[in-house]
Design a protein around this ligand. Structure first.
Ligand code: CDP
Length: 807
């Protein structure tokens, strides 16, 4: 088989659609034609439907559960309660944070919407009727929704199962509703710096409770094949292999008898990382009935009960010289975890990577303490389009910088400029323990300021303030600045595990004889376009066109073990595994080419899609030719075939960064805001697919807009969730979404095989402070220091009113 068509080098590069190419998303053919295969699309013969009786109370004792009437409802086959699961040891399940959580209410409920009983029926309508017929008697208990009140000496005991246990998964507990204290940095040195500083800015910064809102809520289909002893579980899983291991450990079914499949799952954003009662109950119901059982949340279930995000009360002190050089940072966080600690964080990091809160700044000394607290709210604490509490950290430091600028009476862009970590300081060791891999913050910052004409904007703003004071306008102008540094790509395994599972990732490549290939990975795309971009990495590594490479993820029977997709870890970890597996293919291909060309391996050099004899460019073998030979020629000393697998344990995380500027007009009388301009410069190292990156940035910024400007999970004092429907929970439409200008610089990661860093979470991490800072900045001239998000119209109106701007 030969492939000797003369074609220029540029054309060969073009044909590959490798790294850097704006290759169109291969996934979109099915998504745009309604041909996606989501979990709720799965329909199996004889499939049953299970759904939950949920608690109307946030804190109550469950006095009795009467199933009799429900079992008489036509179509209802079974009603499971904690008493039914207890003999199997399945009435509680481990959480990702080392706590345990009730699968079904065991004696009491701890949050509104908690799962009390699981009704199994022939279809979802019969299940709904059955749910209505289950009689549950509750005895209400005092409710605590405020984490500070939860720590009062006389606060009600929420977790009676932990009473008397003064040590938890993350060390000592100080109070019956306290979960852990996590400390980083040097407390004594930081407090000494603050005590003697020229200037100290102090503030409480609250990042409110919110919730990812994926297109498809959580759900699964469990199918137990009793004849072969095999359990197949389709579900909305962001980490299918981890789910397989956990299901095996909980159920006792051997891991080779469990197959977990994540089909198209309609977005994850952290919501689909954890383990939910629905998964356990569906598996039990399938084992009991011998039939497949489906459980799919509705939108209210999703918003009210599955994993929330944020809810961090962050008290900060930042010290500086009169000239604005930051000398120290102190932070204490009160973290509201709800009824169970179900945070999705690596084991050694109970507050995730919040200790990236020194941000982009060279801060010589810092101290951080986080206290986790139980309240009567839904559990969770997931990385909603963020890498393990990084968005909370970025919000904290970017607000503190703005407040310090007010304290110093200094321009906030200049304050950032004089405190950035300088290019020559990388790799940079932060005061709170990280090694930033690479960065060039000043270049990005100057580019951003120039792009928006920052000086011009400040002049316009000053004129606007003057006009406002003179009664000529009722609109203010806010300039929201942010420079963020992210930390994404967990592992390394030595630092990062979840429930003891090391956070490496993997890629297995099989080259077919005719020069096409299949690559399987331990990650799972939830819409990020992995099938498009991982093929691009391979195309550049092995010289086969991306269009000839199928990428498959999400089936534990076929994909190599990996820890899944969240926190922008796919590119830094599985993307690296892909490149490394590609290099193994190329190494074997080089030996084959040498044999075919009758030269020594070292006489060959790689050129786009072929090995060429050094000094004799007319003598070469293309990868396509090599693939055919790998299977069909007997090559002495080499096994037939061309396959490779790489399990990649990253040496460090990657540190993408960005400079965002939001220009916002605010109507003082109505609180209505208009985003006049949003400029987003991202640096994610080597860019695999600029078009996909731009899409990721647009999506992430829109979620940031939602969070900053309206989206929240709010409770009344009885623990009733006030925002459990899309009537109350803000999800932006095209109407609210502004135009974004995207830009980039490229500072490759020195340790990633192709220099790439993650990007998917960056726009959320940087977007929220940019929007929020714009609101604060608009009112800075009138004395505003700090105000809590979300900045909906009513709250903005209240800021203006509080500042006396309504006359
Ligand atoms: O883990 P997750 O897929 O959520 O995030 P990611 O690794 O940041 O990747 C999001 C998407 O952007 C993927 O399709 C990546 O391949 C793509 N990407 C890219 O084209 N270039 C980068 N340097 C980083 C990500």
């Amino acid at each position: 088989m030969t492939d000797q068509t003369p074609i220029s080098r540029e054309e060969r590069v073009e044909k590959l659609k490798g790294v850097g190419s704006e290759r169109k998303r291969v996934e979109d053919a099915r998504f745009t034609q309604g041909k996606g295969n989501y979990v709720d699309d799965i329909k199996l013969p004889g499939m049953l439907f299970g759904d939950f009786v949920r608690s109307p109370y946030a804190h109550a004792r469950v006095v009795s559960i009467n199933k009799d009437a429900a079992l008489k409802v036509p179509g209802v086959l079974a009603v499971l309660t904690a008493a039914d699961l207890a003999p199997l040891g399945l009435h509680w399940m481990p959480t990702l944070a080392g706590d345990k959580q009730m699968v079904l209410a065991d004696g009491k409920v701890l949050f509104q919407g908690q799962e009390v009983a699981f009704v199994v029926a022939t279809d979802r309508y019969a299940a709904a009727d059955g749910i209505e017929a289950v009689e549950v008697e509750y005895e209400e208990l005092p409710v605590v929704v405020d984490p500070f009140k939860a720590l009062a000496p006389d606060a009600p005991v929420l977790r009676e199962d932990l009473e008397g246990k003064m040590t938890g998964a993350h060390g000592p507990r100080k109070h019956h509703n306290h979960i852990f204290t996590w400390e980083q940095g040097d407390q004594a040195a930081t407090e000494a710096v603050i005590a003697s500083a020229d200037v100290v800015a102090e503030e409480m910064v609250y990042y409110h409770r919110t919730h990812p809102c994926p297109l498809e809520p959580c759900g699964c289909v469990a199918s137990m094949d009793k004849v072969n002893g095999k359990l197949t579980l389709w579900g909305t899983f962001q980490a299918p292999h981890a789910i397989r291991t956990v299901v095996s450990l909980i159920s006792g079914i051997e891991e080779h008898n469990i197959r977990v499949i994540s089909p198209d799952i309609g977005g994850g954003f952290g919501n689909k990382v954890g383990a939910y009662s629905g998964y356990v109950c569906s598996v039990v119901a399938s084992i009991v009935t011998g039939k497949p059982v489906k459980w799919i949340e509705d939108r209210m279930d999703n918003l009210m009960t599955t994993a929330f995000a944020r809810d961090y009360w962050m008290k900060g002190r930042i010290a500086a010289t009169k000239e604005g050089k930051i000398t120290g940072l102190w932070c204490h966080v009160t973290a509201d975890h709800g009824g169970f600690d179900a945070c999705a964080d690596p084991t050694k990091f109970p507050a995730g990577f919040f200790n990236i809160c020194t941000g982009s700044y060279d801060i010589p000394v810092a101290y951080l303490a986080v206290d986790g607290v139980y309240t009567n709210k839904a559990p969770g604490g997931v990385a909603y389009r963020c890498s393990f509490r990084v968005t909370e950290a970025a919000y904290f430091i970017e607000r503190m910088i703005e407040i310090l600028a007010i304290e110093l009476n200094m321009d906030a862009a200049e304050l950032r400029r004089i405190n950035f970590i300088r290019k020559e300081q990388f790799p940079y060791h932060s005061a709170l323990g990280w090694e930033y891999d690479s960065g060039d913050y000043h270049t990005a910052w100057e580019k951003a300021l120039k792009a928006v004409d920052y000086e011009g904007l400040r002049k316009e703003q000053a004129q606007r303030v003057a006009d406002f004071k003179a009664g000529k306008t009722r609109k203010l102008l806010g300039i929201g600045l942010t420079h963020f540094t992210e930390i994404v790509g967990a592992g390394p395994v030595k630092n990062c595990d979840i429930l003891g599972l090391g956070m490496f990732d993997s890629c297995e490549i099989r080259i077919h004889p005719t020069g096409s290939a299949i690559a399987r990975l331990g990650t799972i795309s939830q819409g990020q376009g992995h099938a498009t971009t991982f093929a691009q990495i391979l195309a550049s590594e092995i010289g086969l066109p991306a269009d000839s490479i199928t990428v498959e993820e999400g089936d534990t029977d076929t994909a190599p073990y990996g820890l899944g997709t969240y926190g922008s870890r796919s590119t830094p970890v599985a993307g690296a595994a892909t490149a490394m597996a590609g290099r193994k293919i190329r190494a074997k291909a080089q030996m084959i080419a040498a044999w075919l060309l009758e030269v020594h391996d070292n006489d060959l050099e790689w050129d786009v899609d072929r090995f060429v004899v050094k000094g004799a460019p007319e003598r070469f073998k293309t990868m396509k030719e090599i693939a055919f030979a790998a299977y069909n020629q007997a090559i002495p000393g080499l096994e037939p075939g061309l396959e490779a697998v790489s399990y990649y344990d990253p040496p460090n995380m990657t540190y993408p960064f960005g400079a965002y500027i939001c220009v916002m007009e605010i109507d003082v009388d109505t609180g209505v805001h208009e985003i006049r301009q949003f400029y987003a410069l991202d640096d994610c190292g080597t860019r695999i697919n600029p078009m996909i990156i731009e899409g990721q940035v647009h999506g992430g910024l829109t979620e940031a807009l939602a969070i900053a400007m309206g989206q929240e999970i709010a409770y009344d004092e009885l623990g009733n969730c006030k925002t459990g429907t899309l009537m109350d929970f803000f999800v932006p439409t095209a109407w609210e979404t502004p135009h974004y200008t995207t830009d980039h610089t490229t500072t490759p990661s020195p340790h990633h095989p192709i220099g790439a860093k993650g990007v998917g979470e960056s726009p959320n991490v940087g977007g929220v402070p940019a929007f929020s800072n714009a609101v604060h900045d608009a009112f800075r001239a009138f004395g505003l220091r700090q105000s809590h998000m979300p900045h909906d119209h009513w709250r903005i109106w209240k800021i203006a009113n509080g500042l006396g701007l309504h006359g």
